[in-house]
Write a protein of this length. Sequence first.
Length: 200
Amino acid sequence: MAVYMRFCRDYVLLIGRRSNLRILGIAGLGLVLTMLLGCQGGDSSGDNAAFSEDEHHSPESDGVTVGHSQADFQVYKSPTCGCCGDWVEHLHDNGYSTSVHHPDNLTLLKAERGVAEQYQSCHTAVSQRGFIFEGHIPAWVITDFLAAPPEGAIGLAVPGMPIGSPGMEMGDRFSPYDVLLLREDGSSIVYRHIASIEQR
């Protein structure tokens, strides 16, 4: 849980530096905090849409699983993360199926999958071929990656929780962000730059 709170704290500070909270006002700050803290304690009711009734108990899970083992993606998240559930819905809206797991130690799972701390977000998805998709990545970017995975890549990541990314929608507010390509050697490069809200 601590890693989620660090993301929320750091992101609020980042928004404050970039946007000047005196201009945003108390209402704008409240909206930011509401969305970011939703990842810690939001409603996860969206997780149940477009799932099979089957249960698959993974050794990486605490037994709380919704979906099936043959889904396009196995998604690992906190049971209280609302923005994670919204991102899962984004995948469903773009034709993907998911199975959601609530592991006992999400941070350890990320590390074991090769997602270093600087690349982490609030949820981790694993494709049928074993590629990692960390954070609020647009579905179209995932589709492009899966069509032609670059040599030496283990997956993609959007560190933190950028405002306006899938699952982190806040009206017409948007902060440009990068989707990083994660490599087997632990390095990363920019795979796609998301410059506008229309690209999400």
